[in-house]
Design a protein around this ligand. Structure first.
Ligand code: HEC
Length: 498
């Protein structure tokens, strides 16, 4: 084949048919095939070995030539299908830091390497293997909080989701610069999420346990006031920005949710969170929580759509996004519709996998002007064709935190010009989401979202604002109700229950 390749001394003049055919089928890498040392090792070092090395989450190491060569065919297959490296967001829908996608050229190269028999090449060509920082990535913390005292993860069986209560024991209101999650046993820790609990509810849930923990699947089971950070294999912690420290009240606990995936051997884990404090922020950092609590998916429904939208009351910067749902979700999209008609895509995940959830930081913060409508649209497949469906046969699924419940949530990390903007922003976001739900005619969902609003009170308000008595609220009546709720919410709100 080689002799038919361009530059390999083809006679000029009439090109034989065989030559043209060979050209059409010519591999990208004409002449010398790619080698491990020169071409393959740099890709594996950069995109794979954060997980594929000893003691990490992946089942085998890809650090040496032998490791890679004996799996060359498998590597070609899983990269071609984009099953590996794990990276869920679609390109073109948000530009994220530490993107792990392979380029088409890199995939073609791995395929060609496997096809050529996985040659090793010249050792001189191989770059130095990467070194991995042990210890804290965002700097030495002020306080290290351990999650339990060696949590036992059995050799096999279902994944475990455990929440550990980490009391900050603050003597006064303070500011957190960064909260870094450090997995104890990386063979079993699949992800960790740090929530802020100002209510003490986590402590109550953990009261019965010896290690300050309780089982929790879809969320922390407390009315968290925000997310302080998250970790999944391959996450690189960023040092905190003093302009964006997070205020925490005296008495606040952290609730750390850890997802454990059995490794085939009995394991124990003691993960930790490193806290660094700082002075008060100069900007307002908060979470915009997009949420649809009205999910109600009939069994067999394969294209159930759950939406939520809010209209921004002021200019914001979005620095990151953390989409979340359970097993049935397959497609999640968050878009921003700007007042000038432009659409900015915030994220699109086409094959959501609960096992590979995580937060994504934008390469540069996304600026969204006042009046932008942020829209979330998630699609769920509750049919028996969905291999991830936890129920056989499929059953009705509603909003909740259990394995068999569903969620449709996106946490957007939002930066506002001043810390003083946060309470107003939060209030307006909640009112905007309520307006959205009122428009969808889903009145009951506003229960629990505003303190003191029970079912009877909702009915009462409905009557009060249904001026023309036709049993529903038209646009004007809805606006009046929202204005009324705004005055009810004069005190800074806590965030919606997750
Ligand atoms: C974020 C962590 C992570 C990264 C990055 C990653 N992997 Fe994996 N890989 C895993 C885990 C976990 C498994 C085992 C579970 C699974 O198959 O989903 C796995 C499994 C595999 C398998 C076995 C698949 C099978 O069907 O048996 C191959 C091959 C593989 N990875 C290759 C790669 C290559 C090549 C790269 C880089 C281009 C890569 N992985 C990057 C975590 C990762």
């Amino acid at each position: 084949m080689l002799k038919y390749l361009p530059g390999a001394g083809m006679p000029s003049g009439r090109a034989p048919i065989a030559f043209l055919l060979a050209l059409a089928a010519a591999p990208l890498f004409s002449g010398t095939p790619p080698t491990y040392n020169k071409d393959v090792a740099p890709i594996l070092y950069q995109k794979c070995v954060t997980c594929h090395r000893h003691g990490e989450v992946a089942p085998f190491s890809l650090l040496t030539y032998q490791d890679a060569a004996k799996r060359a065919g498998l590597i070609a297959t899983v990269t071609k299908s984009r099953y590996m490296p794990v990276w869920k967001p679609e390109p073109g829908y948000g530009k994220f830091q530490h993107e792990r996608r392979l380029t088409d050229e890199q995939i073609a190269l791995l395929t060609e390497w496997a096809r050529s028999g996985a040659p090793e090449g010249n050792p001189k060509d191989r770059p130095a293997p990467p070194s991995f920082a042990e210890g804290w990535q965002a700097g030495e913390p002020n306080l290290v909080l351990k999650a339990g005292k060696g949590y036992d993860v059995p050799a096999d069986g279902p994944d475990k989701f455990q929440c550990f209560v980490l009391p900050l024991n603050l003597e006064q209101d303070s500011y957190i610069l960064s909260a870094e999650f450090r997995p104890g046993n990386r063979r079993v820790v699949h992800h960790g999420v740090i929530y802020v609990d100002e209510t003490g509810a986590g402590r109550k849930l953990a009261a019965a346990s010896a290690d300050g923990s309780y089982p929790c699947f879809g969320g922390p089971r407390v009315a968290a006031t925000g997310l302080l950070g998250g970790w999944a294999p391959g996450t690189i912690a960023a040092p905190g920005d003093p302009q964006l420290s997070v205020p925490v009240k005296k008495g606040t606990d952290l609730v750390l949710q850890i997802h454990y995936h059995p490794s085939g051997k009995p394991e124990t884990d003691t993960s930790a969170v490193g806290i660094t404090y700082s002075g008060p922020p100069t900007k307002g950092k908060t979470s915009l929580i997009m949420l649809n609590t009205g999910i109600d998916i009939p069994p067999g429904e394969s294209q159930y759509l759950a939406k939520s939208s809010v209209t921004l009351p002021q200019d914001v910067e979005v620095s990151g996004i953390f989409p979340h749902a359970h097993w049935l979700c397959k497609d999640m999209k968050v878009d921003a519709h700007l007042p000038n008609g432009d659409v900015t895509h915030l994220v699109w995940i086409k094959d959501w996998d609960f096992n590979w959830q995580g937060g994504y930081r934008y390469e540069t913060p996304v600026r969204l002007p006042k009046g932008t409508r942020v829209e979330m649209a998630y699609i769920f497949d509750n049919s028996d064709k969905n291999p991830r469906n936890p129920s056989t046969p499929p059953a009705r699924v509603t909003f909740g935190e259990q394995t068999t419940d569903e969620m449709a949530v996106a946490f957007l990390s939002v930066v506002l010009p001043s810390p003083a903007d946060v309470p107003t922003f939060q209030r307006e976001m909640r009112l905007s989401m309520l307006a959205d739900q009122l428009e969808a005619g889903d009145l009951n969902r506003i229960r629990g979202r505003i303190p003191g609003l029970n079912a009877a009170r909702v009915q009462e308000m409905m009557k009060m604002f249904d001026k023309n008595g036709d049993g529903k609220l038209d646009a004007g009546e809805r606006a009046a109700l929202i204005d009324f709720l705004r005055t009810m919410m004069s005190s800074p709100p806590s965030q919606p229950r997750l």
